[in-house]
Ligand binder design. Structure first.
Ligand SMILES: O=C(O)CCC(=O)C(=O)O
Ligand SMILES: [Fe+2]
Length: 226
């Protein structure tokens, strides 16, 4: 199996204002070329809802493993969420980012927990842009609770959503492959978010270049509400 849930056990449980977990090497290195080739080729930047038709077989198999009840329960146990499999998972994928992405936020109240699984074969050494940061404050991207997380292949960052689960990253533009799983409070929230995500894909497709320029001069400490 490509996904190695046992790796979750090796991650320290961080004592942050909100439970979070950072695990490395949760993916078999041998699967990297297939996952790279099978990753969806969205025209727009940002996260879009998973649709099997956009992805090749290795990505779809990984999504199946990430959304399996056993995986949700194993991850939930590490985050202090009992039987996390009772919450419906919403999978979104990101192939590239614009400079406006990554502003500080907590995630919306409709999420119980989020997991970010990174798939980039490498990330430039000492480049801070695009590395995920868990923060103590909503207005300071330097207020890191744990060292920033380079979005490299096989690294999984997961956390329980709270009113202070601040996270974000310094502005980055370009390819950055991520699979995000959010366990949502109920099926209605999942339907709403899926609809909104599909619409956003269409709007970005129409907007093209203008979407890239939108918000490109944002402050590094900018925040948004979701
Ligand atoms: O891409 C990341 O590392 C974080 C994304 C995120 O926080 C979100 O989409 O809510
Ligand atoms: Fe987030």
């Amino acid at each position: 199996m490509v996904l190695r849930p046992a790796r979750l056990e090796t991650a320290p449980a961080w004592l942050a204002p909100f439970p979070l977990l950072i695990a490395h090497e949760v993916l078999d290195p041998a699967a990297m070329p297939d996952l790279d080739a099978d990753f969806p080729r969205y025209r727009g930047a940002g996260y879009f809802p998973h649709a099997a038709g956009d992805c090749g077989p290795s990505v779809n198999a990984l999504v199946d493993a990430l959304t399996a009840p056993e995986f949700a329960d194993a991850l939930g146990a590490r985050l202090g969420i009992e039987r996390m499999s009772r919450y419906p998972p919403l999978v979104t994928l990101c192939r590239s980012l614009n400079l406006r992405h990554g502003s500080i936020h907590t995630d919306s109240q409709s999420k119980v927990a989020s997991a970010l699984l990174y798939l980039n074969p490498a990330w430039p050494d000492r480049m801070h842009a695009g590395c995920l940061r868990f923060l103590a404050r909503p207005d300071d991207i330097e207020s890191m609770l744990v060292p920033e997380i380079p979005p490299v292949y096989g690294t999984l960052a997961a956390f329980r959503r709270t009113d202070c689960s601040y996270h974000g990253h310094l502005p980055f533009e370009g390819e950055r492959h991520v699979i995000q799983v959010a366990w949502l409070v109920d099926a209605a929230a999942k339907a709403r978010k899926t609809r909104r995500g599909r619409l956003s894909r269409f709007v970005k497709w129409i907007a093209g270049r203008a979407d890239r320029d939108f918000g490109k001069d944002r402050d590094k400490n900018a925040a948004h509400l979701d």
